[in-house]
Write a protein that binds this ligand. Sequence first.
Ligand SMILES: Nc1ncnc2c1ncn2[C@@H]1O[C@H](COP(=O)(O)OP(=O)(O)OP(=O)(O)O)[C@@H](O)[C@H]1O
Ligand SMILES: [Mg+2]
Length: 223
Amino acid sequence: MAIRENPSLPNRHTAYIAKSGGGKSQALKQNKAIPRTGARVLLWDPNRDHKKHSTLFPSNDVAGFNKAVVKAMKSGKGFRLGYIGENGDYDAFDNMFCRLVWECLDGQIPLYILIEELAGVQKSPGVAPPVLQTISNQSRKYGGIMHWTTQKPTEVSKTVISATENFWIGNPGKFSTKAMEDYLAKAAECPNGAADLKALKPLQFYRSDSEKSELVTLKYKNI
Ligand SMILES: Nc1ncnc2c1ncn2[C@@H]1O[C@H](COP(=O)(O)OP(=O)(O)OP(=O)(O)O)[C@@H](O)[C@H]1O
Ligand SMILES: [Mg+2]
């Protein structure tokens, strides 16, 4: 389980929300808040978006993934290890991946927890299942930093959303609902509400944190 609690650590949980092709994976990969080397990184990566800079394990190799994580933790060095989780595999997500994350939190060394398309492993937008709930609400104090993406925020647990501090909000797409647009505009803190979001091009986001919101335009990088 997580050890060496440090309540003074900040909440750096970050969400990337936009329609398909909006640039979420690019934003996550380009985010300098996540060191490219030397850091501890665990990934849930169903579409292998992070294969260039990570070692990914297929969904039929849970044992290999777990073994590699245990070995990497013992080494004391940084690592980027990912599991090619399948959408709808709620059990692997909560009972394997999230549990492993919880075991790797040591309160001193940051652990970056990258989750691509979180909605694919959410049964409901209600209260999160037990281990995801613990990670969302408690991992901050143990050095956990979640970075999660989704096309469908209305399908993501409210437990995760309410624990998230930083947002990259892109274009929600033309089939978004009014309620969803209002929620995203609030998270984005853009000056003219949802109209600002609907005008965004791929790779454009409103990036908001506890202090400010700014418009960011990324350039595609083959990383
Ligand atoms: N080779 C390329 N050169 C330039 N732009 C590209 C290239 N490949 C993809 N793109 C652009 O990058 C964007 C896709 O980014 P990204 O994969 O991060 O989207 P996403 O939001 O993660 O999508 P999804 O929800 O489907 O995973 C698209 O706008 C696409 O046009
Ligand atoms: Mg993506």
